[in-house]
Every structure is written in C-alpha cells, then in structure tokens.
Design a protein around this ligand. Structure first.
Ligand SMILES: *[C@@H]1O[C@H](CO)[C@@H](O)[C@H](O)[C@H]1NC(C)=O
Ligand SMILES: *[C@@H]1O[C@H](CO)[C@@H](O)[C@H](O)[C@H]1NC(C)=O
Ligand SMILES: *[C@@H]1O[C@H](CO)[C@@H](O)[C@H](O)[C@H]1NC(C)=O
Ligand SMILES: *[C@@H]1O[C@H](CO)[C@@H](O)[C@H](O)[C@H]1NC(C)=O
Ligand SMILES: *[C@@H]1O[C@H](CO)[C@@H](O)[C@H](O)[C@H]1NC(C)=O
Ligand SMILES: *[C@@H]1O[C@H](CO)[C@@H](O)[C@H](O)[C@H]1NC(C)=O
Length: 411
C-alpha cells in the first residue's frame, strides 16, 4: 500500500509541467498530503470554540500552517490534496489574530506563540493587508519584552520564572529567521538573542556521557529537580530535543538561503546540528529504529516509542542529508538516511491508522510535558493524545522528506 501510493505520487510528478508544484494522480495521495487533508477534515488546527481551552492550540495552528505552507510549494495542492489547503490556511491564521494582537498575552504566554509567525507572514505576503503586519509587529515587540534569565536566556513561560525549555528553540528560530529575512534584512543583530539562547540550552542541558540534551534548565537552580551545577532537569524528552534539532536544521537552511546568521553563528549551529545527529542516532531503538519518550532509558518500564519526537528526528535527519549537512554514515557507521528511513517505516506500519472515513489517524503522541514535576514517572504517565497536531505536523514533514528522497530530489 505504501509503495503504491508513493509510486502514484511519482507518476504524477512527471506530468507536472505546468502546475504549481508536483501534481498527483487522481485518487492517490502521498502520505504528507493525506495527513494534511486528515488534519483539515478533523478541524484540528484552527482556533475555535472546540479548541480554545487547549493551551497548546496556538503552537499547533502555527506548526501545522508552517508545515503546509512549505508542502504546497512542492506539491500541487489542487491535485495532491482533497481538502482546500489555501482556505484552511487563511481561516487558521485569521482565527489567531485577536489573540496575537494582545501584546500582554504575547509576552505572558508560552513561547509557542512565536511559531505562528510564518502563518501570519504568509497571509501578509499574499494580501499586503496591514492587519497581518500589525500582528507581526506586535509579536516582535513581545519577543523583545519577554522575561529572560541572568544570562539572557528566554524563560519559556512567565508562569515559570527562570525556566528555559528546549521547546522554545523552534518558535524562537522560526520567528527570528522570518524577521531577519523579510522585515529587517540589513539588521545584523537580529539573531543574537536566538544564538545565545541555543548556546545556553546546550551548555546547561548537555549530558556528557550520551551527548544528548535534557528537557530544560532552571537558571536560578532553585527547583528541587535542578542539577546543582548546571540547573538542568534530569531527563531527555524526545519532543523537546526534536524541537531543538528541527530548529537547528531549519536555521542552517535559512542561513544558507537568506543569510540570517553570521558565518561564525552558522558554523556554530552546524556543529551543534551535526553532533546531535550522531548522538540522536546512537540512542535510536534497535528494533523499531525510532525514539523513546524518555531518551537514554529505552526499554525501561512504562517507556514507549513516541511519535512526535520520532517524526521530528526523521525530518531533521533527512532534511540535513538532502541539504548536504550530513552525508554517509555516523562515526559509528550507521547511514544517516538509513536510520531515518528505518524509523519512518515503523511509523507508517505501526502507528499510522487508515480510518473508516478515509482519513489517516496517528497514535502514540504524548500530549504535553512541562518541568513542573519532571520525574521519570511523570514523563511516562502523561496522557497519549491520539491525532495530536504535535505528532501529525511533524509526521507530514517526515513523510514529505521521505517522499522527496524516493523521488530522487537528493544530492
Ligand atoms: C490579553 O491577554 C491578557 C493575558 O493573557 C489577558 O489577561 C487579557 O484579558 C487579554 N486582553 C484581551 C482584550 O483579550
Ligand atoms: C484584513 O484582514 C483582516 C483579517 O482577516 C480582515 O478582517 C480585514 O477586513 C482585512 N482588510 C482589508 C482591507 O481587506
Ligand atoms: C536591530 O535589531 C535589534 C534587535 O531587535 C534592535 O535592538 C536594533 O535597534 C536594530 N538595529 C537597527 C539599526 O535597527
Ligand atoms: C531568577 O533567578 C535569579 C538568579 O539567577 C534570581 O535572582 C531571581 O530572583 C529569580 N527570579 C524569580 C522570579 O524567581
Ligand atoms: C550535574 O551536572 C554535571 C555536569 O553535567 C554532572 O557532572 C553531574 O553528575 C550532575 N549531577 C547530578 C547529581 O546528576
Ligand atoms: C543496540 O545496539 C547497540 C549497537 O549494536 C548495542 O550497543 C546496544 O546494547 C543495543 N541496545 C539494546 C537495548 O539492545
């Protein structure tokens, strides 16, 4: 089934002369497009009466939109999708406007808020409607007014003073890149706060034995769980590290395409990306090729193969290989793309469900984890959220990279 769908996608690709992006054969969809349609059909990535109590909905809309905005540059949305991607992107972005125009809200909310920049910029770019620019300006002001620790690292959330999470790297990276690329291209200091934040996260959270990074740190070292020397939290959470590795590979792409980093910053991001790629692959589960909810503790009681982090690593590894940041094998001899494909195959065969209504479902995505009680038991007992956008959006990105690999769009 998987092969048939992908082959159909490839046949479409050769007929795609005039379309915007590659066309797909009628009745067949690549998994990336199919999952996109499924999220839209379920109305999972829009702020409405049903989702407004979900504290993560802002991040979910932003993440899904930035995913589909990229996907539809590659695939022709009209022949590859069955839902109307363009209208959904507009409705989703517009649903966020009242919240995002609230400066106080943007300063006091979790860092998630800044993952919406691409969704808003996309509509601004299409329409030049000043409301979208007003939202972007409000976000930029908010970012610069958000609380930071004594070393200049951003707090993840005003509610939790002095705590910085790896999770903040992705929204911070995406919004800073956007601002530098489109709004202030000649300002050479835009990325400085971001680069400092990435450094602090790495320096505080680094596990010397495995090379992996813990979920976050307390700069004041006053939390009961904080390492007395570094302030780090005790465990490596796969999704937090997934955000960080995605942020790095996206930043490298933006540095090389649009000059968002200085050469020194770019080289530093490359080193972080490359070293983590190797250590992430070292920690993959031998049987499934995927990654555990609590990394470094594979096989331990209660632990499980988690979908969002696994999809994020498939994406960050394949994208790095496609763009030439990884080639060949890790120092221990595992092929970078082999490692990613092994996990992707497991996800498709064991975690993706073809539902009776024709949509794709996705299992085993953890709902959310914070640093309130970061014990091993906490991480393995947080609820699983079936079809969480935290899993489906990275799965779309992973699928798309996998499809590009099969189509030969690789160096
Ligand atoms: C703006 O956000 C703040 C903080 O979340 C909230 O207290 C306030 O009610 C919001 N204002 C409006 C007009 O929604
Ligand atoms: C600009 O966009 C906002 C949000 O979608 C909309 O309410 C407004 O009517 C638009 N303005 C114009 C001039 O099109
Ligand atoms: C460049 O951006 C920084 C960070 O927002 C800001 O403080 C500075 O004033 C900007 N520089 C110029 C020349 O606009
Ligand atoms: C944050 O940490 C600093 C020390 O690094 C401390 O002085 C300050 O009181 C802390 N802030 C809060 C709100 O706990
Ligand atoms: C705290 O972090 C340091 C540096 O990574 C490490 O050597 C030490 O073992 C950690 N302490 C505990 C109690 O885990
Ligand atoms: C997985 O394979 C590696 C390398 O062959 C080995 O060192 C490790 O012990 C294996 N882990 C498990 C849980 O089997």
């Amino acid at each position: 089934m998987r092969t048939a769908i992908l082959l159909a996608g490839l046949l479409g690709h050769f007929q795609a002369a005039a379309a915007v992006g590659r066309a797909c054969d009628p009745g067949s969809r690549p998994y990336s497009a199919w999952m996109t349609d499924s999220v839209i059909a379920r109305q999972d990535a829009i702020l409405n009466a049903k989702t407004e109590d979900d504290v993560s909905i802002i991040f979910k809309v932003g993440l899904f939109e930035s995913t589909v905005i990229r996907l539809k540059e590659y695939y022709d949305a009209d022949s590859c999708g069955q839902e109307d991607w363009h209208s959904y992107l507009l409705a989703g972005a517009d649903s966020l406007i009242p919240r995002l125009l609230n400066l106080t809200g943007d300063i006091t909310s979790p860092m998630d808020t800044f993952a919406t920049g691409e969704a808003i910029y996309h509509q601004y770019d299409r329409t030049q409607n000043a409301t979208y620019k007003q939202v972007l300006d409000t976000l930029w002001q908010a970012l610069n007014e958000r609380p930071r620790n004594s070393e200049g690292g951003f707090w993840f959330y005003e509610k939790y003073p002095n705590l910085s999470y790896l999770d903040e790297s992705y929204p911070l990276g995406s919004f800073s890149s956007l601002w530098k690329t489109y709004i202030e291209p000649t300002n050479t200091t835009i990325a400085d706060n971001l680069i400092n934040d990435l450094d602090l996260l790495k320096n505080h959270c680094h596990h010397d034995d495995t090379g992996l990074l813990a979920h976050g740190y307390d700069a004041s070292k006053s939390s009961w769980w904080a390492n007395a020397t570094t302030g780090a939290s005790p465990y490596v959470w796969d999704r937090a590290l997934g955000w960080y590795h995605m942020a790095l590979v996206d930043l490298l792409e933006n540095a090389d395409k649009s000059g968002v980093l200085s050469q020194t910053q770019r080289d530093d991001v490359y080193t972080k990306y490359y070293n983590l790629a190797n250590t992430i692959i070292n920690d993959a589960d031998n049987t499934t090729g995927c990654w555990w909810q609590v990394m470094e503790h594979g096989g331990q009681e209660g632990n499980y193969i988690e979908t969002s982090g696994s999809s994020m690593f498939v994406y960050s590894l394949l994208k790095g290989a496609r763009l030439g940041y990884l080639s060949g094998t890790t120092p221990k001899g595992t092929g970078y793309t082999d490692a990613a494909h092994k996990c992707y195959g497991y996800l498709v065969d064991h975690v993706v469900n073809k539902e009776a209504d024709g949509t794709l479902g996705l299992d085993k995505t953890v709902s959310v984890c914070s640093l309130t009680t970061p014990t091993y038991e906490y991480y393995v007992s947080q609820p699983i959220d079936y079809n969480s956008v935290y899993g489906t959006a990275p799965f779309i990105l992973a699928s798309w990279e996998h499809e590009m690999f099969l189509s030969g769009d690789y160096p």
